[in-house]
Structure formats: structure tokens, C-alpha cells
Design a protein around this ligand. Structure first.
Ligand SMILES: Cc1cc2nc3c(=O)[nH]c(=O)nc-3n(C[C@H](O)[C@H](O)[C@H](O)COP(=O)(O)OP(=O)(O)OC[C@H]3O[C@@H](n4cnc5c(N)ncnc54)[C@H](O)[C@@H]3O)c2cc1C
Length: 371
């Protein structure tokens, strides 16, 4: 059985960031990454560009060429981690192999939610969160004239825009009374709706998709809405959100509540078992950090036990950027948040980080980078 000092399951944003942090503290400890994807280090926000053929697969990676070699990582790609055995400290893989670990980071990310409607298993029904989705969809698009997207959030609108650029007729079905409701105020939603309508999208709000109807060869032919309307469509995208992917820890004795629960060191309720990224749910941070920041912290903490005693958190570009991004997000046009709300959010982060920055001066320097 292969055995590694550090093992990571998942190889996306959180995992890559953890590797980089970990290598700063432990340049040579044996380290392997398991990913069910063959090309895992790509940017999900850029799969839209791939679908529109504006970028090629190799252009949407967020890692430097030779990442695995540079950071001395053994890649185990195209293979799924099926089960985790914390007593024996090993992971069973889909190719029958068992891999042992000293410390394990779970970075299995999110999984698209399937809405509770009939017909989701028909042909030409897709999700839009991975390279695999884009490839499958790309193979089916040639005869398609009308696409129907269930969900008017960020992912739904991205894929809708791609279809519009390809000259397809697009329907967007949104349960709430406006698009992008969780992140935009009413004015912002109205702008988004107007822009998409001008591009040709037909938007249905305050209505649910009730059933996806199949035709010949079990292919989609229409979608029935809760208001009784039946909209003909030959391709459907399910874009109703993503949930934490906690499959691997099913039956493992750690605390899971929607997502995997971690402490401020990104450690789960089991010592030596860390989690970072979209599969994490609920953490003692005032503002929820992104996968990159979580991964960095998990990597630091897995490799550097000493950090715990020293009680400081190195000021790295990750943390300064995270603050900057938060501020931009909260104060950006149409986001429905005021500076005052942004200040409260920042203060919450500051309260948390205050323990970890080595001096007040350093903290001030970070905050002054804010626009
Ligand atoms: C279309 C789209 C647009 C987005 N736009 C933005 C944006 O603009 N801004 C933003 O901040 N975020 C955006 N996001 C979200 C962002 O991409 C995610 O937050 C981020 O990718 C999460 O990273 P992660 O490391 O947690 O895991 P993920 O990126 O979810 O990756 C997890 C990886 O683990 C693998 N895996 C899972 N289980 C196993 C297993 N058992 N064995 C082996 N491998 C496994 C998966 O195949 C996958 O490769 C977008 C997402 C999508 C889909």
C-alpha cells in the first residue's frame, strides 16, 4: 500500500492553495493528490469561455505549468476516492487501491443540486459546473435551437449568455421574483434582466419548473412550469445551486451539518483530518472565506503544528486579497450593500484576524490596501 505523509482528495482551488502553503513549511514531506477529474486544476468560472469557444482547455488552468513536479506532488488523477477509513488512516479508491496517509485534507468541493422535478435523467439535461459538463454539452449542441435554463443565479446566467452568443433561443426560469436575488438589490436585478432580455433571453420569474418532458429517444422536448405553461426546449440546464460534497465522509465519525464542520485551523472534529473548500459548512469565521483562503490555511496548519502554539497567521497575499475582494464585492455597483455594511463585515474579519496578525501596524497596512 502506498503511504503518504499528506494526502489530499480533490485537486481544485482549495487543494492547490493548500499544497502551496504546505510546501512552505514542509518542502519534502511525501504528498499525493487524488482527483476523479483528469484535468482538475482548471478555473470553473472560465468554463463559460470554453463553452463559447473563446478560450481553449489549456488556457483555463489556474496552475503554473509543471505544478505537480514543482511542488513534488504525486498526482493520482481520473480516480475517485470511494471511502475513508479513519481508524486505519487510509482511503479506498475506485481502481481498487488503498492509499495510506498521515494527515488528510478533504477538498471535494461542491456538487450541483438536482431540483426535485421529474425528467432530470432525460437526454440533453445537463448541469454546468465542470469541464466534463462543458464537453458533454458541446457534443449535444449542434442540433439544438432552444435551451431552457432552470435557475437565474450566477451559473444560470453565465450559461444563458453563452447560449445567446451561439445564436440559440434561451428561456430562463427563476423561482424568485427576480434574477440574481441573493446577490443583487432590485435595481441590480432589473439591470441584469434588461441586459439579458435585450440579448434575446425570455425570462420567466416567480415560477417553478415542474416537469421536464421527454420526446423521441428519451430526449427533452419541453418543460412544464408551475403556472401550467409548457415551453418547448431541446436542451435543459439545471442551475439551481451547489451543495457541499460530503459523500466521502458518509459514515465517518466527524461532525457534518450541511457541510463538514471545521475549527479555525480548518481541522474537522477528528485530529489530523482537515477540510477546505466548498464542502465545508459552517465555520467559526465571521465572514465566509473562499476556497483559496481555506485551502491555504489548511495547508499551513497540516504542515506546521508550530503555528498553533505561536498563534499568529502570516500575512500572505491570500489574506490581503481576500479582504480586498470582500470589500469590492460588498461595495461594487448593484450589490445592494452600503459602505457601512462593508465596514461591519470587515470589522468582523478584523476581530477574528486580530489575534493572528503579529502587529496592529501590519493589520493597518493590509486594510489600507482596500479601495
Ligand atoms: C460556472 C461557475 C462559475 C463560478 N464563478 C465563480 C466566481 O465568479 N467567483 C467565485 O468566487 N467562485 C465562482 N464559482 C465557484 C468556484 O468555482 C468554487 O467556489 C471553487 O471551485 C471551489 O473550489 P474547491 O476547491 O472547493 O472545489 P471544487 O472546485 O468544487 O473541486 C472539487 C474537486 O474534487 C473532486 N472530487 C470530489 N469528490 C472526489 C472524490 N471522492 N474523489 C476524487 N476527487 C473528488 C471533484 O471532481 C473536483 O475536481 C463558480 C463556479 C462555477 C461552476
Amino acid at each position: 500500500m502506498r503511504n503518504y505523509k499528506y494526502l489530499i482528495v480533490g485537486s481544485s482551488v482549495a487543494a492547490v492553495s493548500a499544497v502551496k502553503a504546505l510546501r512552505k513549511a514542509d518542502p519534502d514531506g511525501s504528498l499525493a493528490i487524488i482527483s476523479e477529474e483528469l484535468n482538475p486544476t482548471y478555473s470553473r468560472p472560465l468554463i463559460y469561455e470554453l463553452l463559447c469557444k473563446k478560450m481553449k482547455e489549456k488556457e483555463i488552468t489556474f496552475c503554473e505549468p509543471g505544478f505537480f513536479n514543482i511542488f513534488k506532488v504525486e498526482p493520482i488523477l481520473g480516480i475517485k476516492a470511494l471511502s475513508l477509513h479513519t481508524g486505519a488512516c487510509n482511503v479506498h479508491l475506485s481502481n481498487g487501491e488503498e492509499i495510506g496517509y498521515g494527515k488528510l485534507l478533504i477538498a471535494t468541493g461542491g456538487k450541483p443540486i438536482a431540483p426535485p422535478v421529474q425528467g432530470v435523467d432525460l437526454k440533453n439535461v445537463f448541469t454546468f459546473t465542470s469541464l466534463g459538463d462543458v464537453k458533454k454539452m458541446g457534443r449535444s449542441l449542434s442540433g439544438v435551437q432552444t435551451c431552457l435554463v432552470i435557475g437565474g443565479g450566477l451559473i444560470g446566467l453565465q450559461v444563458s449568455e453563452a447560449f445567446l452568443k451561439m445564436g440559440k433561443k434561451v428561456h430562463i426560469v427563476e423561482l424568485l421574483d427576480r434574477l440574481l436575488a441573493p446577490i443583487l438589490d432590485k435595481e441590480g436585478s432589473a439591470i441584469a434582466q434588461e441586459v439579458l432580455t435585450r440579448q434575446g433571453a425570455i425570462i420567466h420569474t416567480s415560477v417553478a419548473a415542474q416537469e421536464i418532458l421527454g420526446g423521441k429517444n428519451k430526449k427533452v422536448r419541453a418543460v412544464k412550469l408551475s403556472n401550467g405553461e409548457e415551453i418547448p426546449a431541446d436542451l435543459v440546464v439545471l442551475a439551481v445551486g451547489v451543495r457541499p460534497n460530503t459523500e466521502l465522509v458518509k459514515g465517518v465519525n466527524i461532525t457534518v451539518n450541511k457541510g463538514i464542520l471545521v475549527d479555525k485551523h480548518m481541522e474537522t472534529s477528528l485530529k489530523g483530518l482537515f477540510a477546505a473548500g466548498d464542502e465545508v459548512g459552517g465555520m467559526p469565521w465571521s465572514a465566509s472565506p473562499g476556497a483559496f483562503t481555506m485551502g491555504w490555511r489548511a495547508g499551513e496548519m497540516a504542515a506546521q503544528e508550530a503555528c498553533r502554539q505561536k498563534q499568529f497567521f502570516d500575512v500572505s497575499p491570500t489574506h490581503t486579497d481576500a479582504l480586498g475582494r470582500l470589500i469590492q464585492r460588498m461595495t461594487g455597483n448593484g450589490h445592494g450593500h452600503t459602505w457601512h455594511e462593508a465596514e461591519i463585515a470587515i470589522q468582523n474579519i478584523v476581530d477574528y484576524y486580530a489575534d493572528h496578525f503579529r502587529s496592529e501596524k501590519m493589520l493597518q497596512r493590509v486594510l489600507h490596501r482596500a479601495p
